[in-house]
Design a protein around this ligand. Structure first.
Ligand SMILES: Nc1nc2c(ncn2[C@@H]2O[C@H](COP(=O)(O)OP(=O)(O)OP(=O)(O)O)[C@@H](O)[C@H]2O)c(=O)[nH]1
Ligand SMILES: [Zn+2]
Length: 310
């Protein structure tokens, strides 16, 4: 019996990487059911599995799967109760954004952060295109962004693929970890990856999602090995990771700077909207919680599609 990690899944075939760096094509043996998860893909990228190799490698099988540390999950179609596992055993989610060109989308970043909190996966933010932040209003926007995520307690890195700023730090952040990268189109995600490792073709990495017409497209994530140590999965076009069975009452628990103050609210079921004695609103007024984070919290509370879109 050999152990390895699933680095690619096509639904019927799985590529499993063993610790010596070999990659084996394997099939699934029998039925795998993860406790409590009704998933369209019982085995996902990132899963630690046991495999049994055949003499000519033509009939390698996955025989067992270890309990997952965590999993990024989305509903497999808009209406179905079934879920699709994007990746499992993730060490961190790296949100890549620019400040200008395209303009930073705080709503997008905060939705990803909420999902990361719900999955208990550490998240960090990379603001790329720092070279474009030399004049107003970009300087002001950058200062605002840094203040917002400093108050919220998230690590932030500034990079530029044009000047090389932050690239060594970016490598260090990814080193020996399994990172899922996400970011809106045009922020320089491909440029950043190419800047730290040139031969990586992320184009084959795609993730289950919806096309422009709202139809479900099933493609599969892939884990790429970094030559300096570590693995990444890119999630192109993913608006946000679906938080399955997400309850609005719990939304403030997924904002760390709110979570730590919730017990100070007068009412223990406080939604932090208009209730008297609300510690969250007080912290916003006193500048201890960024107004923009609070506004995005309210927007997410009122946005039914935030839950439905997954
Ligand atoms: N000024 C500046 N431009 C950058 C930087 N990084 C990338 N760009 C430019 O931004 C544009 C988009 O870069 P990509 O790497 O294709 O962005 P992406 O996020 O991978 O975009 P998609 O492929 O659409 O997902 C390109 O014209 C890059 O040359 C940077 O640090 N500074
Ligand atoms: Zn409150």
């Amino acid at each position: 019996m050999v152990h390895g990690v699933v680095v690619k899944s096509t639904g019927s075939w799985y590529k499993v990487r063993t610790p010596d760096g070999q990659v084996y094509d394997c099939r699934l043996k029998g039925k795998f059911r993860q406790k409590g998860i009704k998933s369209t893909n019982p085995v996902a990228v990132g899963d630690e599995v046991a495999i049994k190799l055949s003499d000519d490698n033509s009939e390698n099988v996955i025989t067992d799967i270890a309990d997952r540390k965590n999993a990024l999950i989305r509903k497999s179609t808009k209406l179905s109760k079934q879920t699709h596992i994007i990746a499992s055993n993730v060490d961190q989610i790296v949100i890549i954004s620019s400040i200008v060109d395209p303009k930073v989308a705080f709503g997008f970043i905060d939705r990803i952060l909420v999902s990361a909190e719900a999955y208990r996966i550490p998240a960090l933010i990379v603001f790329n295109k720092f070279d474009l932040c030399r004049s107003d209003p970009a300087i002001d926007t950058l200062a605002e962004a840094l203040a917002i995520y400093d108050l919220a307690g998230y690590p932030v890195l500034l990079t530029s693929t044009k000047t090389g700023k932050g690239l060594e730090e970016f490598k260090a952040l990814l080193h020996d970890k399994y990172s899922v990268l996400t970011g809106q189109s045009g922020v320089g995600k491909s440029s950043l990856i190419n800047a730290i490792q040139s031969n990586l073709d992320l184009k084959t990495a795609d993730v289950s999602g919806y096309n422009d017409k709202g139809q479900h497209t099933t493609t599969f994530a892939e884990m790429h090995e970094l030559d300096f140590g570590g693995f990444i999965t890119d999630t192109p076009g993913l608006r946000s990771f679906g938080v399955v069975d997400f309850e609005k009452e719990h939304l403030s628990h997924y904002f760390p700077e709110m979570r730590e103050r919730i017990q100070d609210c007068k009412f223990n079921n406080c939604m932090h909207i208009n209730e008297p004695g609300c510690a969250i609103k007080k912290a916003v007024e006193e500048g201890e919680i960024a107004g923009r984070r609070y506004d995005n919290y309210i927007e997410m509370l009122n946005d039914d599609s935030f839950q439905k879109q997954f």
